[in-house]
Design a protein around this ligand. Structure first.
Ligand code: NAP
Length: 298
């Protein structure tokens, strides 16, 4: 890794709370180094009460941009000058570009979700799908499904039912789709919806490091061999939720590909350069192994 920085080095920050689980500093700094770009990417743990001050800091210190992670993706919008079309429809931002003092918000999660699900397009298009979660990334999932996969029906399943309803109403209006059904997270109410879904997406934080034992209980019977089950969580690389689905014969997909694809899109927005994703992917796998965090073997 690079060990010296000079007056012209551009700084990109990552803000979230907590932030220690993130692989983004590794990905972005490795990519800058591969392309000899004079950038550095640093994580900042920013609790909610400091969000506005952090955004002011970007302007005051002249950072080139930010990645934004949970829990700030929705709340940060009010501090930005302009949003891309997808960020505005999704209502969440994960990437900010400081364009000479003007803060532009983007959502590259949607690109990462599309890249991950594209190999299954034929299988998914026109079918019933279920999204578990109603936070910022569930919004990006629903946007991507509606824009690119034309589902017949979308079930939104969330711990807080009201939040699922709000999300459904919001997208029904913004994207003119009226086949939403909402459920609380706990079985048995959602079992039929899940088992009739060709695609099931976990967009909650349940099962994410360090709470890796957490999962939705008693839904084993909802999975089957016809399904694709996608968990956005990338640490661990295979959650208990995915292990459960795999045991029932479903095709399972973890969040690592999405992580790299969304990072590549953000990288391009800041630098104008294309991230060498194959090299990054190999090195990230090695890095995760070395960290001895949670790999497929666990
Ligand atoms: P968020 O906006 O904070 O939403 C969190 C969601 O999880 C909400 O639906 C929340 O339900 C639910 N939840 C939290 N704790 C729960 C619990 N104990 N039991 C049941 N439900 C619970 O977070 P987010 O930004 O959407 O992120 C969600 C996940 O996606 C995270 O694990 C994140 O790491 C992952 N992600 C991955 C990538 C990638 O590149 N692979 C990118 C973005 C996000 P309530 O509404 O009831 O609170």
């Amino acid at each position: 890794m690079r060990d010296s920085f000079f007056a012209n080095t551009e700084l990109i920050g990552l803000i979230g709370h907590p932030i220690k689980h993130s692989y983004s500093p590794f990905i972005q700094n490795f990519a800058f180094e591969q392309l000899n770009l004079d950038y550095i990417y640093l994580p900042f743990d920013v609790p909610a009460e400091n969000l506005k001050a952090a955004v002011n800091g970007v302007l005051a210190l002249g950072l080139k941009g930010l990645n934004v992670t949970l829990p700030h993706k929705e709340k940060i919008i009010k501090f930005l000058d302009e949003l891309s079309e997808e960020a505005s429809i999704i209502g969440a931002v994960n990437t900010i570009v400081n364009d000479h003092g003007k803060l532009m918000g983007y959502n590259t999660d949607a690109f990462g979700i599309l890249d991950t699900l594209l190999p299954f397009k034929e299988k998914i298009s026109g079918t019933k799908v279920s999204v578990i979660g109603a936070g910022g990334s569930a919004r990006a999932v629903i946007y991507t499904l509606l824009r690119h996969f034309k589902p017949e029906e979308i079930n939104i399943i969330n711990r807080t039912h009201q939040r699922a309803d709000t999300l459904a109403n919001d997208f029904a209006l913004k994207m003119r789709f009226d086949s939403f059904h909402t459920f609380e997270l706990f079985p048995p109410d959602n079992m039929e919806a899940l088992s009739n879904s060709r695609l099931i997406v976990n967009a909650t934080t349940m099962g994410m490091y360090p709470d890796i034992e957490d999962t939705i209980t008693d839904i084993e019977d909802s999975f089957n061999e016809e399904q694709i089950v996608f968990d956005l969580i990338y640490n661990p690389t295979k959650t208990n939720f995915l292990k459960m689905a795999e045991m029932q014969g479903a095709k399972v997909v973890g969040g690592l590909k999405m992580l790299i694809s969304q990072a590549a899109k953000s990288f391009e927005l800041w630098t104008g350069a294309e991230m060498p994703v194959a090299i990054i992917s190999d090195s990230l796998q090695q890095y995760i192994g070395k960290q001895n965090i949670y790999s497929d073997k666990n």
